[in-house]
Design a binder for this molecule. Sequence first.
Ligand code: PLP
Length: 487
Amino acid sequence: MDLEEFRRIGMRIIDWAADYLGHPDRYPVFPAIRPGDVKGRLAPTPPVEPEPMDAVLTDFEQIILPGITHWNHPRFFAYFANTASGPGILGELLAACLNVNVMLWRTSPAATELEELVLSWLRQMLDLDAGLHGAIMDTASTASMVAIAAARDSAEPTIRLRGMAGQRRMRLYASEQAHSSIEKAAITLGIGQEGVRKIPTDPAFRMVPEALRAAVVEDLGAGLRPFCVAATVGTTSTTSVDPIPAIVSVCREHGLWLHVDAAYAGMAAIVPEHRDVLAGCEGADSLVVNPHKWLFTPMDCSVLYVRDADRLKRAFSLVPEYLRTEGDVTNYMDWGIQLGRRFRALKLWMIVRYFGHEGLAARIREHLRLGQQLAQWVDADPDWERLAPTPFSTVCFRMRPSALACIMRSADEAERESIERELDRLNEALLDEVNKSGRVFLSHTRLHGRYTIRVAIGNIRSDEVAVREAWECLRAAGARLCADERF
Ligand code: PLP
């Protein structure tokens, strides 16, 4: 590309981006399109002749943009929000421009050293102990898989050479609320879904340590090979926190690797008065936190901390002659399966410098306040009920008209079940209706089998006005649906 053209188009894109980021709420959060609409409007075969960038950008605005779900929108409250902050976007731009490959120290010394430095900063902000060493991965799914691989190979070092054949059946433990990535890691690593034992949770959706201990003892008695516990700080459905100190004790008793999945809620520890969310993690062997979830970092950026980097490297290091180097340096290719690695540390470093620890903490603190505020609004409305505690900024609830609540109290089990099914249908229709409106975007889960609406507040652009609008949107849609004879 001619550099004058690069400059002209680059300026145009930055201008567009500044306008967009100023008002992502000009767009519906969720687009009103059907599957296939976007592809149907684009050429099915690649252009033979070069095309002017102006024409490409016109298609971006007219075809791509109307098909985007706007994660930057202040009323995006689905899944766990991930928002792109200004310094993070600019960091991505610079990283793409340099296009270094952070596989060996010498393939980009500054990128390797910046990764070490910024992960030390993040560790300090999270008040984690200095014994942890970090590496940036694409996602928490990869980070957990890498950690569980290290746990597996530490427990049975011959697996690295001979694979799983002839091994006792390996056993990994996670609560029934753990993220699906833990099971996917087990599938990938030859442990299999049956190798994951789901430990029951208490009424607040937290792993029960006594049940974990009993399960490990039972499995040992049955000749299985327990090797790892994957605990969660901030489960996906309800953001519950497993009791890490008690789980550490079980792991110590039986020599198990403890991996902590704090992908979302770990970031709350940046707020000094919430540091205790990671209490006990000094007993963990590995821990993952996702700056791309709740630290305003553009996709993707997940951080894996390990206590003993050598155990991780023993699982993954494999140095062919063409990658051999000398010297006591960090070669991040030894920390996982990827050889080529993006320069993700740059955007994270720019974010931390731009906002500072206090600026990041202030934003997360405000999200925590907004979560509590919404929980209070739900609790105060007799037609709605909360279905889980709200330890952070994600609220789980459903509509349950007060008239039905009265009937349920005197109903027998069969009648109650039938009302419950109606409530599932009502809440599913409610979510569908508010999402279709394009004003808010929410997602759902099931708790104790019941359809549950989730509002996850974590977007850097979400404020009280946005949260109130989501709540009013739900209440208005609820009132409309209740007046509808289908319910
Ligand atoms: N762990 C938890 C607790 C999550 O909530 C999620 C995603 O929401 C993940 C892991 C997976 O994250 P990623 O998309 O980075 O793989």
